[in-house]
Design a protein around this ligand. Structure first.
Ligand SMILES: *Cc1c(COP(=O)(O)O)cnc(C)c1O
Ligand SMILES: [Zn+2]
Length: 423
């Protein structure tokens, strides 16, 4: 690979641990003094950004509408897949149920590969091309892999995906359909990550791993930039999102800080991070005031596989996001997560996978605990499509007791069933 080119609007990459600023061409991915925990934050020259971004109101059609606020040059070619520009739906019935003034649902399930991860992968592919990498790699069992695999397929970029051998066959099939080289690692998810990192270093592949590659936050932050433009003067008081590795919530915070620096927002919304009770690392650290760098991993098991993380890789950014915005972390049980799937679907028309529905379950918990108030205008991020995990949706409806009525193909029988159901 060639070094990353200098970009006039990027001032540097700041280490989150020591604050040291580096040139983009000078470091590979993390602070050389702090290794993998020394994740970097991209610093912009906001005067240049403001001049290029303009002040005209936008109806975002894709994440590339925010190109002046992304770490790419003006000539960078965006992948052809339509990433970003997702809908934000008003959900007044859910607002009434949850007991908040307004509720909006941002539907990331309509992204090309079905989750918010496409925003990061699209940027990874642009950065990899910029550095003339001949391959991109990541380790993941789920949505990050599918996103990288799909965006790579759209531009014909070779990619290598490391998955633990326990990965669900359906997810592996999607990667194979997209044409990725898929390696089933005989070991845990963490060992798959380590091998992917080692391979990137040894063979000179571009490394997309979350919590390591500083640009993934930049891609994901476009979701909050879109929300800002979609809501304008009705800016939210709270944004609720589920948290696994912590990259998305860190990205929301980054986008909000960018908007504040550009004079776009007057007050920061509270960021509410939702974790599964079975994967509570950050919620636990926040409640107990623990240091996330020295805290030991907390074994993780939850139905919401996309937020199962024993040691969240972006824990520094995630904790800072909640503390700086005076938000909160809450936990929800697997039963609450499953119940949230039909609740969100019926109340808004958005069909979400467990990790995405968890955000709605988390709003109910945050409202009960007083982190969100009755006068608040709230955005819930639906981070991934319900079609990602159909077995979980089947469990959820079975648990809710709903089942189809069986009838003979006969209109009188139909009328009898409708009469019995009171409709
Ligand atoms: C990745 C993911 C999350 C959690 O994002 P983190 O950055 O790991 O905290 C939540 N929901 C879905 C659907 C995801 O794919
Ligand atoms: Zn450092």
């Amino acid at each position: 690979m060639i070094p990353a080119p200098a970009l006039p609007h990027v001032l540097g990459l700041d280490c989150l641990v020591c604050g040291q600023r580096y040139d983009p061409g000078e470091v590979e991915y993390v602070c050389p003094d702090h290794g993998p925990v020394g994740t970097l934050d991209v610093a912009y020259d906001y005067e240049q950004v403001a001049a290029r971004l303009g002040t005209a109101p936008r109806r975002p059609a894709s994440m590339w509408d925010y190109r002046p606020l992304l770490p790419v040059g003006p000539d960078a070619v965006a992948p052809p897949l339509a990433v970003g520009g997702t809908p934000l739906y008003a959900a007044p019935r859910l607002a009434a149920t949850a007991g908040v003034r307004e509720l909006w649902v941002k539907d990331e399930g309509v992204q090309p590969s079905g989750s918010l991860k496409d925003r990061a992968s699209a940027l990874a592919v642009v950065k990899a091309s910029e550095r003339r990498a001949d391959r991109v790699t990541t380790a993941s069992t789920g949505n990050a892999a599918a996103a990288l695999s799909g965006v790579c397929a759209s531009v014909g970029m070779p990619n290598v995906i490391f998955v633990p051998e326990s990965a669900p066959e359906a997810k592996v099939a999607q990667l194979l359909a997209y044409g990725s080289l898929v390696l089933l690692v005989e070991g845990s998810y963490d060992q798959a990550v380590d091998l992917s990192m080692e391979a990137a270093a040894r063979f000179g592949w571009y490394n997309r791993n979350t919590g390591f590659n500083p640009y993934m936050t930049e891609g994901k932050k476009t979701v909050i930039l879109e929300i800002h433009d979609q809501l304008r003067e009705r800016a939210p008081d709270a944004v609720v999102v589920s948290v696994g590795d912590g990259c998305i919530i860190g990205a929301l915070h980054k986008g909000l800080r960018d908007l504040a620096a550009l004079g776009g927002i007057r007050h920061m919304p509270k960021l509410i991070g939702v974790q599964a009770e079975g994967s509570p690392f950050l919620a636990e650290a926040w409640a107990r005031g623990e240091d996330v760098l020295s805290k030991a991993p907390v074994p993780a098991a939850t139905v919401a596989d996309s937020i199962s993380a024993a040691l969240p890789r972006d824990r520094v950014k995630a904790m800072r996001a909640v503390v700086d915005t005076r938000g909160a972390f809450v936990t929800v049980t697997d039963d609450e997560i499953l119940a949230a799937i039909p609740a969100l679907a019926r109340g808004s028309g958005v069909f979400a996978e467990p990790a995405a529905a968890a955000a709605y379950a988390g709003l109910l918990a945050a409202r009960r605990q007083g982190h969100v108030g009755p006068e608040d205008r709230v955005v819930v991020l639906a981070t991934g499509s319900g079609l990602k995990d159909v077995p979980a949706a089947m469990r959820a409806v079975a648990a809710s007791g709903e089942r189809p009525a069986r009838i003979p193909p006969d209109a009188d029988a139909l009328a009898a069933v409708l009469g019995a159901a009171g409709s």
